[in-house]
Design a protein around this ligand. Structure first.
Ligand code: HBI
Ligand code: FE
Length: 287
């Protein structure tokens, strides 16, 4: 089940699953990061934190500040000392992607899997797999927000039923269009909070400023029916009224009948306005 070894690097044992425990956790191995890797983190942090101050939700910016991680690849242990008293979450180190059922089980128990290795110099803006910059910089600040904290546990708990009903794709789209690529309304403007956006320089600007990309109001059933791409900027985003909607918009939803109704239908293509829908304009900046 565990994938074979790939060449080791000094950026944190990329793809090294051999030593993982049954729940796919590993030790972070913080002392194994090279000075070059820490320097790469510092440059990624400087660029993305500057963009975040302008384009990201205040909850993200505030959470990032509390993590105090500008100066190099952070120790997960130090982050846990901040997270645990705040929202009860614990970071666990993993070698990369882990099986769906294992991922859901960690989330259901408020453990967030963080990939331990850092991207290489030639893949600075975006990579398809999660690395420590995406997982830590992108996700951990929002784990300090009580709505995201509760929502991720709910998502983890929902996994088993979705898998049993053959509707994992539908549930995964909720995660994709919120946790990874979510936007939220903030005053007169729009802000980003999804980890896939805030960890990418190009997509942070694009998601807010592009004149043509579709920004649709948050609608869980619409989201569960909408395809996405993993290797290009998104063709549509969904906009929350506030982060509270992660809870209020989903707790009362009866997923069983929704899965039943749509799980065998082809998803709606990304980037297409459906009849009767209205999109948001590009977000004017609220300075
Ligand atoms: N593993 N490390 C890691 N990170 C993810 O985001 C992740 C995963 N395994 C499965 C998974 N995501 C998704 O396919 C589920 O959310 C459905
Ligand atoms: Fe992610």
């Amino acid at each position: 089940m565990k994938t074979p070894l790939s060449p080791k690097s000094t950026s944190g044992l990329r793809g090294e699953y051999a030593e993982a425990a049954d729940d796919f956790t590993v030790t972070q191995g913080w002392h194994g990061y090279s000075p070059e890797a820490h320097d790469r983190w510092r440059r990624l942090y400087a660029a993305q934190s500057a963009l975040a101050r302008r384009y990201a939700a205040p909850q993200f910016v505030e959470g990032l500040g509390k993590l105090d991680c500008a100066d190099g690849i952070p120790r997960f242990k130090d982050a846990n000392a901040v997270l645990q008293p705040a929202t009860g979450w614990t970071l666990v180190a993993v070698p990369g992607f882990i099986p769906d059922a294992v991922f859901f089980d960690h989330l259901a128990h408020r453990r967030f899997p963080v990939t331990r290795w850092l991207r290489e110099e030639h893949e600075l803006d975006y990579l398809v797999e999660p690395d420590v910059f995406h997982d830590f910089f992108g996700h951990v600040p929002m784990l300090l927000d009580p709505h995201m904290a509760d929502f991720l546990e709910m998502y983890g708990r929902a996994g088993e039923k979705a898998m049993a009903m053959g509707a994992l794709d539908m549930l995964a789209r909720i995660y994709w269009y919120t946790v990874e690529f979510g936007l939220v309304r903030e005053g007169a403007g729009l802000k980003v909070f999804g980890a896939g956006i805030v960890s990418s320089a190009g997509e942070t600007v694009y998601a807010i400023e592009d004149k043509a990309v579709l920004r649709l109001p948050f609608d869980p059933v619409r989201i569960m029916r909408t395809a996405y791409s993993i290797d290009s900027f998104q063709q549509n985003y969904f906009v929350l009224d506030s982060l509270d909607q992660l809870i209020s918009g989903l707790v009362d939803l009866d997923f069983g009948p929704i899965y039943e109704r749509w799980r065998h239908e082809a998803p709606l293509p990304a980037g297409q306005l459906q009849p009767g829908e209205q999109a948001f304009a590009a977000g004017e900046q609220t300075a």
